[in-house]
Write a protein of this length. Sequence first.
Length: 312
Amino acid sequence: MAELESTVINTDVKQKDPSTALVIAVTTRAIFNLEEEHKLYLEKGKEEYTRHQQANQDKPLPPGTAFAFIQAVQYVNKKILESNPAERELFDILVLSNNSPESGMRIINSAKHYGLEISKFCFVSDEDSTQYLKSHGVKLFLSADRTDVCNALQRGVSAALVFQQEVQAPSTPLRVVFDGDAVLFSDETDQVFQEQGLEGAVQYERAMEAIPIGEGPLKAFAMHLGQMRRKFGQEGSPIRTYLVTARGGRHMGTRAVLTLRAWGLPIDEAFFMDGAPKGPVLAHIQPHIFFDDGLHNIQGAQSVGVPSAWVP
């Protein structure tokens, strides 16, 4: 079979060891705003799109939804290396793209223009680029394509769908917000809620209180993030993590807290919303990324300018 992946190494960036690094893969439409170009691709086809990208290869693309998140990740690397220049457990960013290397030059030039420390640009001609995630040791995949995200989740890689929006997230420290059920945790309680209502879900949680909730699709990434969080003390850490869940604290919060404790997953702050809108809390936290499985919560976050990623 012909080689379907062409990888361009960014020689401006010190390459990380994928066996020790926390590898994050982002697609070009997650990190840059390529909505106009994508429209051109859909309406006029690949050749016209390639021509346009080549003609504009020295014109930097505007930042996309995951841009501030990547910048904040770089800041964490900087802080880690300041305290230990030999540290190998760092964030490593690679771009996974369905562009050809010819049309991808604009992507590479844009990343260099903004000083983004992206170590590799992987240009994949196969329709399902997610088959390369495991070989690169990817722990989190962010894409603007739903099929890509679903394929990645089926392959056992933490993944989320990024919606294009204007993002004004401050650069430091890195702030990541997770929803609980069907994101950090499994959807077992959600299923009970659908079948038996709130009272049934509360009774289920009480009966299961001592048993940790099952793992959700982003648990693996959260654990890796928690491992990096442990390199720093409580004060002055460049990483802050949050749980913002629809669960109520009085009846359904206990099991969530005990589960995090059983996993050994450090969370800086937890908010039990008891079904209230998450937007106001998110506006206060100002995260670089918010992961949720509910589209209404994603829309609420977007309405207050919070970069959001849906876990389908």
